[in-house]
Write a protein that binds this ligand. Structure first.
Ligand code: SER
Ligand code: ZN
Length: 621
């Protein structure tokens, strides 16, 4: 038998599912190779849908039997799912399937990791558990009964009955199947609690294997900080009686935001001062926050289809970056994010797999969990916030949560809350979601009689995904630093919409140095002709920490390339600038460490290769 040829799915072909679901009851009898799953699903015709074909996804399932309203049916079964004739009225579908968790080495659906059962359903794993409309726009209330011999039996929501060998869970919040989770294992809990802004006490548990109890404290504290931060900054309160996290050794992703039952790769949650580095702690805090924040941006408001993945991921990455900035150092977080964006997302944009933040077609959605969807998706939200301002951003988010709670949404819904809040037309801004490629932005200066004109040009290289890119809306944060080191113009957001555009600063005494693209206000490749002396001046005096670091990096780059090519000694401007930063005790040590850092060996090699030289690793080293 041959594999089915991969099918391309198009955003433009979206149609709503033919049925809505009133309730889902699942019943698991756990056995390593022969788990039985019974489902009872109450369907009703969807008045919004034209196509009433009753199709349920299902892969690697053995169908034991199925009924509709109690009468036995014989569906047409294919390797992708089944179809069946159904009444033109509400009906109850019941089915029993057998699955093989122990033989499931894809780690998608229900599988076993070291004797424990666990699940991963995003994006399309639920169809390996039972027959179901496994698409994010079908949201339902689930009740789950687990029969199994393990001491800990967990699913989403709140427990309604826990006995030995059986637990029943009810999740009152309608959710898509990709947020379903089940865990059964010999686990121990590190427990705590959090009292929400309205005074509800939420039980918190971090479940681990016996022996790992000592590695939970940091993760638990990070969870409580995340819960508090989401209340303070976004007004988002947790909505169940308990929140569980489980650490699993075999896990495809870093972690997963299943409703009320987050599942983490052990490496993304367990930490101890004896064995973990500062970077490990920071990463764990960020991932816990990320998954927790999904409770609102992803779970309460989910995606209509997988093309909208950036709706939940871009926003949630943006939110976790804000959180880390608040918990730690905002400049250090911004610089680290830009280093990562350039290394991973810019590279993606330059390669054959370049794709827009919201792709328009795919064959396999698992290939789109990319730096473009996640990190560039977050950059796009950062730009939107800069363009509309903090107050309008916050109002737009309030409207988003009010208007779309309980819905499966699109990027159009997301942008509309900003348009409705601000009265802006975001048609051109939407190109950030539809065009692949990193814009190249160049700036030249004209100085005449106290007036500085900055002339910008933007150009996005064509790619297979976007053969004819159009100009993007670019928020360009600019400030001016005087010759004496004082800031003569505070940060202004220049809004560039054309391919070429000039901005004028007047009433200036002596010629200042322009600090352009402060805070990396847009994800572009900037070309600004500055002398080494000007760069050293910005490194020493810029009020924008990102640009201080950036100018130091540019100086380091220039100096190292000259040293590699010509064997010269280090540029004294660079050394003097670095010396002034690292000896400034008022600056954060982590920031000073970043300024002291060098461009990577691969960055240097790439630059040499681009210029036609043959990079010599020994000399670079
Ligand atoms: N939805 C998961 C996450 O982003 C998958 O990686 O957290
Ligand atoms: Zn996520």
């Amino acid at each position: 038998m041959s594999e089915a040829a991969p099918q391309t799915i198009y955003l433009a072909d979206y149609t709503p599912y033919g049925f809505t679901i009133d309730s889902v009851d699942l019943h698991f009898d756990l056995k390593p190779h022969q788990t039985r799953v019974k489902s009872r699903i109450a369907f009703r015709p969807n008045p919004q849908a034209i196509d009433r074909t009753f199709f349920l996804h299902g892969e690697n399932l053995t169908l034991i039997g199925a009924t509709i309203d109690g009468a036995v049916v014989s569906p047409d079964v294919t390797p992708q799912g089944l179809t069946c004739d159904v009444p033109d009225a509400p009906f109850v579908w019941e089915a029993e399937v057998e699955i093989d968790p122990k033989g499931n080495t894809a780690l998608e659906g229900l599988y076993m990791s070291n004797g424990m059962y666990c699940t991963q359903c995003e994006a399309e794993g639920f169809r390996k558990i039972t027959y179901y409309p496994d698409r994010p726009d079908v949201m339902a209330v689930f009740t789950v009964t687990i029969n199994g011999s393990h001491p800990v039996l967990l699913s989403n929501g709140n427990p309604t009955s826990v006995e030995s060998n059986q637990a029943i869970w009810h999740d009152p919040w309608p959710k898509p199947s990709y947020l379903f989770a089940l865990v059964a294992g010999d686990l121990v809990a590190h427990s705590d609690s959090f009292t929400t802004m309205s005074g509800r006490k939420v039980a918190l548990n971090l479940y681990v294997r016996p022996g790992d109890e000592g590695k939970c404290a940091f993760g638990m504290e990070a969870l409580k900080r995340s819960m508090k931060w989401d209340e303070d900054e976004y007004g988002r309160e947790y909505d169940l009686d308990l929140f569980n996290i489980v650490a699993v050794d075999d896990f495809n992703m870093g972690a997963m935001e299943n409703k009320g039952l987050n599942i983490f790769n052990s490496s993304a949650v367990l930490a101890s001062p004896e064995t973990s580095t500062d970077m490990n702690f920071e990463r764990i805090e960020a991932i816990i926050a990320h998954e927790y924040f999904h409770n609102w941006t992803g779970n309460r408001i989910t995606c209509r289809d997988w093309f909208q993945l950036c709706l939940k991921e871009g926003l949630t990455v943006f939110r976790d970056s804000q959180f880390t900035s608040d918990m730690r150092s905002a400049p250090v977080k911004r610089i680290s994010d830009v280093i990562d964006l350039r290394a991973r997302q810019f590279a993606e944009d330059q390669g054959p797999l370049a794709h827009p933040v919201r792709p328009e077609s795919f064959q396999e959605i698992n290939n789109f969990y990319t730096a473009t969807v996640y990190e560039k998706g977050a950059e796009v939200i950062g730009m939107l916030k800069l363009l509309v301002g903090d107050k309008a951003y916050s109002d737009a988010l309030d409207l988003y949560f009010d208007r779309h709670d309980g819905q499966a949404c699109t990027i159009e819904d997301w942008l509309r809350v900003f348009e409705d809040t601000t009265g802006r037309d975001l048609t051109q801004f939407k190109r950030w979601y539809s065009q692949a490629g990193t814009p190249h932005l160049s700036v030249t200066e004209d100085w005449q009689h106290g007036t500085l004109t900055l002339k910008f040009r933007q150009h996005t290289p064509a790619s297979a995904a976007t053969p004819a890119p159009q100009p993007q809306v670019l928020p360009i944060a600019v400030g001016l630093i005087g010759q004496d080191g004082d800031e003569v113009e505070e940060t202004r957001i220049l809004e560039m919409t054309e391919a070429e555009q000039s901005f004028v600063f007047d009433d200036l005494g002596t010629r200042p140095i322009a600090s352009v693209l402060r805070g990396f206000s847009a994800p572009v490749v900037l070309k600004q002709q500055l002398s080494d002396a000007d760069r050293a001046h910005l490194l020493a005096y810029d009020t924008d920490p990102f640009n201080r670091w950036e100018q130091g990096r540019m100086l380091a780059f220039g100096s190292l390339l000259a040293m590699i090519r010509e064997g010269t000694s280090p540029n004294p401007d660079w050394l003097a600038g670095v010396r002034s930063v690292i000896s400034d005790e008022s600056l954060d040590p982590a920031f000073r460490a970043l300024v002291l850092g060098l461009p990577s060996q691969s960055d240097l090699a790439r630059e040499l290769a681009d210029a036609g030289d043959t990079p010599d690793p020994d000399i670079i080293y």
